[in-house]
Design a protein around this ligand. Sequence first.
Ligand SMILES: CC(C)(COP(=O)(O)OP(=O)(O)OC[C@H]1O[C@@H](n2cnc3c(N)ncnc32)[C@H](O)[C@@H]1OP(=O)(O)O)[C@@H](O)C(=O)NCCC(=O)NCCS
Length: 316
Amino acid sequence: MYKIAGTGSYLPSKTLTNDDLSKFVETSDSWIQERTGIKQRHFVENELTSDLACKAAENALKDAGITAEQLDLIIVATTTPDYTFPSTAVIVQDKLGAVNAASFDVQAVCSGFVYGLSVAEGYFATKKAKHALVIGAESLSKLLDFEDRTTCVLFGDGAGAVVLSEKDDETSGLISTKISSMGQFVDLLKTTGGPGLTQSAGFITMQGQEVFRHAVSNLKKVCLDMLAENNLEKSDIDLLIPHQANKRIIDSTAKSLSLKPEQVVVTVDQHANTSAASIPLALDWANKQGKIKKGDTLLLEAFGAGFTFGGALIKW
Ligand SMILES: CC(C)(COP(=O)(O)OP(=O)(O)OC[C@H]1O[C@@H](n2cnc3c(N)ncnc32)[C@H](O)[C@@H]1OP(=O)(O)O)[C@@H](O)C(=O)NCCC(=O)NCCS
């Protein structure tokens, strides 16, 4: 089986509280906390997405006890790449010295990390990789319009990474992944530009209530479908590691799965929504806090622009 051999994460040092934001946007700590659960976020200053990705990757490689040269595959899930091209993954490959890896980016916005895991799963299943690095890394602050209070308070920057390795152990590892998309909802959450449309990245624009509604219903469905497809019950889940967009969305999914609060990893209060980075950041946080025990069944889930959504089941 292929298992998570190591986790790592990295957050830029600059933090902004809700009160800090309220100095230049018409908002308040109480509004943001009540609607989203967010208390603060990290923003990059002089770092690029590839810098965040590399630092998270170095931590994950150290945790896994393997060298960069042993990697066969590097997947970076990001919607805020350093360049339009080449990929952030090849920059990470070079910075790490991972000379034997094939490297590419996955663009599935907030679902990018579970999409990346799903692609890596295919590489392992077809015996094309023994060690893979899957990173979620974002500098969302670069896509924020600080005159739009409905979006600029929601996002943050950071990176998380996992090393997946083939192991002679049938008792633990990646049980399965599931990814889906519904392209008919592009307009509900997108950027105002892009290389083709405006020759610039644009800003995030969102119809928040509609996104909220779709997130809640699709996350419930994908989680229940994954359990059914793998002959598992709700009671088999030990820990939910959700995409960290909004505490109310997380609570809704946890309720659908009949989970207790202590079975749900929540970092949205500290990190805000870091898009593709949010799940590996939360996973690394839970791992380093000792919240994950050997033999635990973990359910990861994500929903993002596209719409894209999906999940992963892992036996730790
Ligand atoms: C964005 C979100 C928090 C807004 O919460 P909401 O309860 O839907 O709030 P609304 O958009 O209805 O706005 C309510 C009021 O708050 C105001 N408001 C919006 N943003 C505000 C802010 N940052 N501070 C203060 N007031 C704000 C609105 O202008 C509106 O005022 P009005 O009633 O006078 O018109 C919520 O819709 C949400 O979480 N959506 C999902 C977002 C998400 O997770 N996206 C990523 C998916 S990966």
